[in-house]
Design a protein around this ligand. Structure first.
Ligand code: MUC
Ligand code: MG
Length: 378
């Protein structure tokens, strides 16, 4: 029996190509928690747990992800059967409440290891890929309308993206709607425009906002109000034509069920990290499908590693009505994969090969490492 020998983590810091301005934080660096799971047969699985803006986006930080893994998850998994990924998931859930991103990072590494040992892709472990590539959105979030318009034109000309998500919620609603209107007018029918408010609006602001946004030709609004106001989300979903997407409120299948039961969204932003791993994200997908809720492949702005993990899962889903936003590696100044995830013709390519289908560039990993404690990566 192959066993889990040792679980190791390290934190990397990689600058972003420009300031990424969200309603709750401006990102200039992305902080990535890398996980290597070493198995007794010499094989290694790799995973990544990444959040956004320190502790400003959700309840986990890079430091809490690392400490949850090293202090509480590694001791219960080390020595166990490497192939028993479901057993590991149940044990992690028993030993650790919450901490979805930490669990996801370890679970991804376990699936990667299993896929490599069986010489099949992670998509195959989830029933098989039905897509080789998926549509991919780009987020315009420079904080300046002119710069965003220029960036949108570049993306259209290079055929990299024709779906744009605009980050709003930092400015008065009227100004934000005007910003969206200008960008939609500039791209016309060549691109679709969506927005993400990251919970910044009150319900009253959201009523004005949604009316203005749909008038401006914006097709979707993501998490306009607090995760705590599910009845407000229901009102907005039912009151306007513009699609309402649930993001931060979705932390696994139980939340997906609650949102679906309350008809509190038209679309799920399915995030592997936020869901607690690939298996739980797949359950979120199943709940969305059975409730008639549209699906969107979301990101925590991860590097190519967890982007590849998400691609392995989303490639198995017949219909992602709203495509994906798996552009994380493109927001970073540098790659940590030996062979980067491919982007062309408005799509992202699903990596092929065993496990996640990607390998780390160890020189880059060493270069971007925050410190060298307890860390020897795959
Ligand atoms: C979020 O809230 O969706 C995803 C894309 C992006 O630009 O930010 C993230 C976070
Ligand atoms: Mg979002």
């Amino acid at each position: 029996m192959t066993k889990i020998d040792r679980i190791e983590t390290s934190i990397l810091e990689i600058p972003t190509i420009r300031g990424h301005v969200l309603s709750m934080a401006t990102m200039r660096t992305q902080v990535i928690v890398l996980v290597s799971v070493r198995f007794s047969d010499g094989s290694v699985g790799i995973g990544e747990g990444t959040t956004i803006g320190g502790l400003s986006y959700c309840l986990e930080s890079p430091e809490s992800i690392q400490s949850a893994i090293e202090t509480y998850i590694a001791p219960v998994l080390e020595g166990r059967d490497a192939d028993d990924v479901n057993g590991a998931i149940y044990l992690m859930d028993k030993a650790v409440r919450g901490n979805a991103i930490a669990k996801a990072a370890v679970e991804i590494a376990l699936w990667d290891g299993l896929g490599k040992r069986l010489d099949v892709s992670v998509a195959t472990l989830f029933g098989g890929a039905v897509h080789k590539q998926l549509p991919v959105a780009w987020t315009l979030a420079s904080g300046n309308s002119e710069t965003d318009i220029e960036e949108a034109h570049q993306m259209l000309e290079s055929r990299r993206h024709n779906i744009f998500k605009l980050k709003i919620g930092k400015h008065p609603v009227r100004d934000d709607v005007e910003h969206v209107r200008r960008i939609k007018e500039a791209v016309g029918d060549k691109a679709s425009v969506r927005v993400d408010v990251n919970q910044a609006w009150t319900l009253t602001e959201a009523r004005w906002g949604l009316a203005g946004l749909q008038d401006a030709g914006c097709e979707l609004v993501e998490q306009p109000i607090s995760v705590k106001d599910l009845s407000g989300m229901t009102e907005l979903t039912q009151g306007y034509e513009i699609a309402v997407m649930a993001d931060e409120v979705l932390n696994g299948p139980e939340d997906a069920f609650a949102v679906a039961a309350a008809r509190a969204a038209d679309v799920f932003a399915v995030k592997v990290a936020q869901s607690g791993g690939l298996k739980r994200a797949n359950e979120v997908i199943g709940i969305g499908q059975s409730a008639g809720i549209g699906l969107y492949g979301g990101t925590m702005l991860e590097s190519g590693l967890s982007t590849a993990a998400a691609l392995q899962l989303f490639a198995t889903v017949n219909t992602l009505e709203w495509g994906t936003e798996l552009f994380g590696p493109l927001l970073l100044v540098d790659e940590i994969l030996a062979t980067p995830v491919g982007y062309s013709d408005f799509c992202v390519e699903v990596p092929t090969g065993a496990g996640l289908g990607v390998a780390l560039d160890q020189d880059k990993v060493a270069y971007y490492r925050r410190d060298r404690s307890r860390s020897v990566s795959a």
